[in-house]
Design a protein around this ligand. Structure first.
Ligand code: BDR
Ligand code: CA
Length: 317
């Protein structure tokens, strides 16, 4: 049995972020220390509420900290076309009782990492503003970060512009800070997340689990798959964010390749692009392990196992 990996999950829920929370909150391989939220798919006010809604639904008493409400340099931009007005359109959530902690997410990250033995993995599934701000505010945390596992970027096409993926585009300066911090980075980009498409038969398979968590999954996917079809013409919604957590649950899930990755901060057309030197042509040191492939059936098994672990008593309370 693998040692439980301590993680902080920094996210902007978001339908796929919500599934990432589901996986992280009940995996025997993971100890979810805290959930931090950022403006991304929707405003900070909405993403922090959504994190609370999901954890309350799942009956998981994990603290939520709200972080930065806007990117480091640029204007905020949301993804309401995909995630809806609330950021988590679809499920009907019961009245919200769970509240965010009074401490700012950046202070929480600093406090927790400083006090740690260097054994905490920071997983980001939204714009990387909180982590970048924390590293700038307290550089002593940098060496305390065991690894950064992030959903973001692509070595092929972007999904907001032809060049850039949403999380990196929204706060490319923050992504630059994280990629250049000198800590091990695993980049889980669109190149692999576009392979885990939640087709109707997958939704049906998860519906069979028939508990509170699976009902939440199905309600989330109903909205998410519909908007992914409308916006991108995809037949199943790509479950970007949960791949980060699933890759910690099963280290063989992803195939990665070390690459030199540089974020484009200067160009107009390609701002936010993760320039990945796939062939090592530049002869520069690798700065990230970039995911190049994923064991898709294994991923869906991980999701189903996770849903099954939530008992019938949990959910929608
Ligand atoms: C990323 O953008 C967000 O809309 C999703 O939650 C995911 O983190 C995919 O580009
Ligand atoms: Ca996200």
């Amino acid at each position: 049995m693998m040692e439980r990996q301590k993680i902080i999950l920094d996210c902007d829920p978001g339908h796929d972020d919500a599934v990432a929370i589901m996986l992280a909150a009940n995996s025997p391989q993971i100890e979810l220390l805290g959930v931090t939220t950022v403006a991304g798919n929707q405003t900070l006010e909405k993403t922090q509420k959504n994190a609370c809604r999901v954890l309350q639904w799942l009956g998981r008493d994990i603290p939520v900290y709200a972080g930065c409400g806007r990117p480091m340099v640029r204007e905020p931009r949301a993804a309401g076309d995909i995630h809806g007005e609330t950021g988590l359109d679809g499920p009907v959530f019961p009245p919200l009782h769970k509240t965010v902690e009074p401490e700012h997410a950046v202070s929480y990250m600093i406090r927790t990492l400083l006090a740690s033995d260097g054994d905490i993995i920071v997983v980001t599934t939204g714009p990387m503003t909180n982590l970048a701000m924390a590293m700038r505010m307290e550089p002593r945390i940098v060496e305390k970060i065991r690894r950064i596992v992030l959903m973001g970027g692509a070595y092929a096409n972007g999904n907001v512009t032809p060049a850039a993926e949403f999380n990196v585009l929204v706060d490319a300066e923050a992504a630059h800070v994280c990629f250049t911090a000198g800590r091990p980075v695993t980049m889980v980009g669109l190149d692999v997340t576009h392979k885990v498409l939640c087709y109707p038969e997958i939704v049906e398979r998860m519906a069979q689990v028939n508990n509170g968590a699976s009902r939440l999954f199905v309600d989330l996917m109903r909205h998410f798959c519909k908007t992914q079809k409308e916006v991108f013409g995809m037949e199943g919604g790509p479950l970007h964010d949960p791949l980060t957590i699933a890759s910690l649950i099963d280290p063989k899930l992803l195939t990665t390749k070390p690459m030199n990755v540089q974020i484009d901060l200067r160009s107009e057309q390609s701002y936010g692009r993760t320039n990945c030197d796939y062939y090592g042509y530049l002869g520069l040191p690798a700065t990230a392990d970039v995911a190049v492939d994923v064991d898709v059936p294994r991923f869906w098994d991980i999701v189903e196992d996770c849903l099954r672990r939530y008992g019938e008593e949990e959910g929608a309370t």
